[in-house]
Design a protein around this ligand. Sequence first.
Ligand code: F6R
Length: 255
Amino acid sequence: MYLIFDSVEQVSRFTAQRIFNKIVEKPTSVLGLATGGTMEPVYQELIALLKANNSNLSQLITFNLDEYVGLPPSHEQSYNYYMHHHLFDHIAIDDAQVHLPNGVAADLNTESKNYSQAILEAGGLDLQLLGVGGNGHIGFNEPNTAFNAPTHVVELSVQTRIDNARFFTQLDEVPTHAITMGMHDILQAKEILFVATGAHKAEIVQAIYANEPTERIPASAIKNHPNAIIVLDSAAASLLPETAQQHARVNAQML
Ligand code: F6R
């Protein structure tokens, strides 16, 4: 299902409300979380909702999608640091409840195997939050990753490193590798919330819309998922056919 909102604010409010509702409905939820610019306003809204409702998060479990290889949690561009800075430090959640792949593990393959296993042992993901890269990656599953891949180490594509260089002082500081939750782990989630905002996401959103699921475009896999919502702002949706845009447009007043 596609939902198109007028603004990033509305997208973020809707997305945060869905995550909040899931936590209320099932306090033992296992959430799959994402990082990146798209999620910053989502987490701001989520923090506000959790605070306003004095939510008890003591049974919540989270698993993040990915982490750069070679960056320790103390590194400001590590995803561990991002998650603490943008979410965990602002809500009542313990480190024992949150999981990110360890990008500085001595044995990255064992770390990857254990990560997929830990998700299974937690009961699987109830809700997976996803952003999308300009090349269609979800997590760091780059184009042509098998849809049945478990958590694994990936070499980042040049485009992904260029896209993410804005968070670093220069391109050669962007790590060359990452550990990512696999396509299989992601697609096993009971519910998927896929979020894309901004005109720079319009082409990939159009490609997802226009193509049958293909490993060439990892994000297209969610079209086969029985319970996925694609949440867009009007800029990210701007290259979709006019009729599709009309059909998916949400009157935010009605939410
Ligand atoms: C982040 C992640 C990535 C991002 C994607 C979009 O944990 O898994 O797939 O969601 O690169 O990033 P932004 O939101 O910065 O455009």
